[in-house]
Design a protein around this ligand. Sequence first.
Ligand SMILES: *Cc1c(COP(=O)(O)O)cnc(C)c1O
Length: 421
Amino acid sequence: MHFFTYKNKNLFAEGVSIEKIAKKTGTPVYVYSHKTLMRHYAAFTSAFKTVPHLICYSVKANSNIAVLQTFAQEGGGFDIVSAGELYRALKAGADARKIVFSGVGKTTDEIEYALKNKILMFSVESPQELRALDATAKRLKKKAAFAIRVNPDVDPQTHPYISTGLKKNKFGIEPVAAMKEYVYAKNNLKNIVPVGIDCHIGSQLTKIEPFIDALAKTKKLLSSLRGQGLDIKYLDMGGGLGITYDTEEPPHPSRYAEAVIEATKGLGVTLIFEPGRAIAGNAGILVTRVVYMKQGAEKNFVIVDAAMNDLARPSLYGSYHAIRPVKDIGASEITADVVGGICESGDFLAKDRIIPKPKPGDLMAVMSAGAYGFSMSSNYNSRPRAAEVMADGNRFHVIREREKLSDLVRGEKLIKGRKGK
Ligand SMILES: *Cc1c(COP(=O)(O)O)cnc(C)c1O
């Protein structure tokens, strides 16, 4: 459920017309709906209200500080995967004691930065990282709370690039080895404290079963750890709940919660969830303007001013995003590829799509672009990155200015003292 709807055939974000926003900011522009973000966040908090829990929004899905501010003000926590994300979360007013730090490649500098800011816990993904965490904590004369991210070898039945809980994936430690690491840490690593177990098996899951299968394995580990006298307080189930892009029918957070609450009854833990896509995905759209219509030898192309550098998901995963006209005047339909201006054949937003035939200058909305949209964008082909806007009731705020050409070379330097001809 989201608040991008047509009023008199014009697409609106809440009470603001998309055309008005595009006029103000130019295109391409990401438009988010504050009400939708709040509604999706609340779907999680209310689904788990009967049990101790913490919702740690996954920053990488959409890391604009105004988006993070929205959840920080609701008392939410954050799941981060880099020092940069911690910096953003703190800028947005996050409570560091509600931040969990995941990722396989945390550097010593990143660990240090997070320790100094007193985050809730580190989700450790390898034996070497565990030792690095202990050594850094020792150097700083601190105690670091940690969970081990368990790799349960469960197939999340999603795109291979976003499966993370299979043996062949780089993430986490398999349960038997994880057990050994916890015990080793307890006996030998004096500057780290085991407080949780973490498990995140992938993204865009549309079924509950893989979550519950993974949970069964983490529960087993939890009981072994407690048997060894470890005080495990947190069970972090990661994120991964899918959304509807096309015809998917993912479970509602309340159904997911029912199953999880049932399966964790009596465990005496605080549950942590790290939703990203389920909160932000359908809370944002990418608005783009048609530059040219081109009839190729075999295909129609709608060439727009957004491209794979703005929204990488179609190119990267072959993802489907619905494309809608901003002014729905009931034009006759065509089948076309909607493509950007980048010099790659992989640069497309939609392939063989039936859409109302647009004309140059028309605005189109790429739907469900609120998660892994702007946050994955780049400057490839030296294209300034898009503006971002937050619609809020009848008002809207520019929450990121469009990049200027001068931003493209910020930090770059000509070589001094080289003489040309
Ligand atoms: C990416 C990620 C998430 C969020 O995943 P979604 O599918 O967007 O909910 C949560 N936890 C970890 C560790 C992640 O890497």
